[in-house]
Design a protein around this ligand. Sequence first.
Ligand code: GLN
Length: 213
Amino acid sequence: MRIGVLRVQGAFAEHEALLRGVGVEVVPVRLPEHLDGLAGLVLPGGESTTMRKLIDRWGLRAPILELARAGAPVLGTCAGMILLAQDIVDGDEPVFPLLDISVKRNAFGRQLDSFEADLDVSVLGDTPVHAIFIRAPVVERSGDEVDVLARLEDGSVVAVRQRNVIATAFHPELSGEVRFHRLLTTMAGAYEEPAEGSGRRPHPTRRGLEASR
Ligand code: GLN
């Protein structure tokens, strides 16, 4: 199974190491052709303004949207969550408007620039998730289609899932928390082997490439 990690800027190396640890082939994504045949994609943390510029400069916006809309699972962490939001509070236009959420960037203010917390994430089992937040966003609003996966003690929403897209405001890859990546690979397995009669067709990019061979 091949899982891509967006490698334009930010904390991609830790995601790549974690994914290798769960036994998948990691594909660093810098160009549109690197997306071909992927079973899933990780959008790491970093600086979302810089990432947005590089995504557009390297022509990655449309093909990543296409891959996600075809049903490939996507995991976004921190800046990755910002890239996946339909609405960025007082901010720029969305990049990949796949999650019906409003996110506020750098939501925890200067004194809380970074902090750690243990979170209950019931979809991942009973053991709490040790979460590291670094200049993290928060989900201020989430639509009906969005499952809230985790909240801070004060109720702030910090992890969500909508269909094939998962996003966390924190960095699971920095605390060695592997269960989000395992969930991604489980979803990627289901994407690669759709149920009989589901009517899913091969990914359009793949079909296009096959036709051009
Ligand atoms: N503060 C960053 C942003 O707004 C996100 C921080 C992170 O990814 N660690 O893009």
